[in-house]
Ligand binder design. Structure first.
Ligand code: FAD
Length: 394
């Protein structure tokens, strides 16, 4: 068993790192997990420029085939990119998170040749910014109960209904969504997977903001009133979209960039203790050591996901393991960081005297929902119990 990156991979890492140090823009807001929608309009434009520099180098989706704008890099090389992007807080518009991380690999598995040729190059060029239309007001964990209806009408589907919690929907120009095409079939068998193009200019589709508890506009509600979508935008077979949608969720849960970002925070906290008073060092050193141990565990769990992907398989319950571990660890790290900084550690970025620019409470607030999105941690535990341990459903 070899748990080291090769010399060539380490050399790639230093190239990527050098590029990021030279090119990451100064943002007012945090790059954020997935990056989409948490930034100001100005930050978003800077993130777009940054992504187009990545696109020029084929670095948006390095592991994709060259015909789709990638470099044909190995999964391990892709992991190097992801780690460096996460560690340095590289911003994103939604292109890398939703595009490369979710809809792209799903299209590579389930899309037809026309769909791959149409959509994949627009992800790697940074032109298409995707959002995810899965959740509805009455359908979150029980996603298969979704009610947004799509009815076939000639060469189109006509969609009516509502999505909610659509991250970055106000920035995106494309949406992938799950819709009900057969209301009479058993709930998992009447769902289809559709792509909606140019959502900002689609008649009948409206995006309305929802402000989160960090006072940021991250989420949206999306309403559909007789929205026409060409039937050629169906991915896979009609009424078989549930299985397409679930492939996508397996990709959604396999990132390792977050762990690298948490490592950077732990390094900052270590530096703070090294430079601070001896009382504080005494109080926080052991707790910090525990968090560093856990961060290393998260790193190797992430490498395991990469290994599964590199062997040509799609991670399943293994991705649930890392999702639970990493999200709960993130909350502990930021919570500990706030305590370590003392009372002023609670000051938000708008306060001029906030230590570290108020990053710690901001990151804490943004980490709270991480145990909810991508499928809640309770649902992930159910997946591990059933698919991983072979236990019967409760
Ligand atoms: C930051 C963030 C970003 C998001 N972005 C998107 C997005 O871009 N697109 C999108 O479509 N959705 C998005 N979501 C929505 C997310 O997928 C849902 O919030 C999530 O699936 C949970 O659904 P819910 O909120 O309806 O909670 P519910 O499903 O109502 O769950 C409520 C509680 O009950 C528990 N629970 C439910 N069922 C079970 C069960 N069977 N066993 C044990 N416990 C159970 C849950 O774990 C949870 O604690 C986002 C959410 C967040 C927080």
């Amino acid at each position: 068993m070899e748990l080291r990156f090769s010399e060539a991979e380490e050399s790639l890492r230093s190239d990527v790192r050098g590029f990021l140090l030279d090119n990451i823009p100064d943002l007012d807001g945090p790059a954020g997990p997935g990056g989409s929608g948490e930034s100001s309009a100005d930050d978003f434009e800077k993130s777009k420029e940054f992504n187009s520099k990545l696109a020029d180098r084929g670095w948006i989706a390095p592991a994709w085939p060259t015909e789709y704008g990638g470099l044909g890099a190995s999964i391990t090389e892709q992991m190097v990119f992801n780690e460096e992007f996460g560690y340095h807080g590289a911003p994103d518009t939604g292109t890398r998170g939703f595009g490369v991380g979710m809809i792209g690999p799903t299209l590579i598995i389930h899309g037809n040749e026309e769909q791959k040729a149409e959509y994949l190059p627009k992800i790697t060029s940074g032109e298409h910014i995707w959002c995810q239309g899965y959740s509805e007001p009455g359908s979150g964990s029980d996603l298969a109960s979704l009610q947004t209806r799509a009815v076939r009408d000639g060469d189109d589907y006509i969609i009516n209904g509502q999505k909610i919690w659509t991250s970055g929907g106000h920035r995106a120009n494309q949406m992938f969504c799950l819709v009900r095409t057969d209301p009479d079939a058993p709930k998992h068998r009447g769902i289809s997977f559709l792509l909606i193009d140019d959502i900002k200019n689609t008649p009948g589709l409206s995006v309305r903001p929802l402000i989160n508890m960090a006072s940021r506009h991250h989420f949206n509600e999306v309403f559909f009133e007789d929205v026409r979508v060409p039937a050629r935008n169906l991915i896979g077979e009609e009424n078989r979209g549930w299985y397409v949608g679930m492939t996508l969720l397996d990709f959604e849960r396999s990132g390792i960039g977050t762990t690298a970002g948490q490592r950077r925070t732990l390094e900052q906290m270590t530096e703070h203790l090294q430079n601070g008073g001896s009382h504080k060092r005494q109080d926080y050193r052991l707790g910090l050591a525990d968090l560093v141990v856990a961060n290393n565990v998260a790193k190797y769990l992430g490498y395991r996901i990469g290994h599964i992907q590199a062997s040509g398989q799609v991670p399943n319950y293994e991705a649930s393991v890392i999702k639970i571990f990493q999200s709960e660890l993130g909350q502990k790290i930021y919570n500990y960081g706030i305590a370590m900084l003392g009372l002023s550690g609670q000051l938000i970025p708008e306060e001029a005297t906030a230590p570290w620019g108020g990053d710690m409470p901001e990151q804490y607030l943004l980490a709270v929902p991480s145990t909810i999105y991508s499928g809640t941690n309770e649902i992930q535990r159910n997946i591990i119990a059933t698919r991983g341990l072979g236990l019967p459903r409760a």
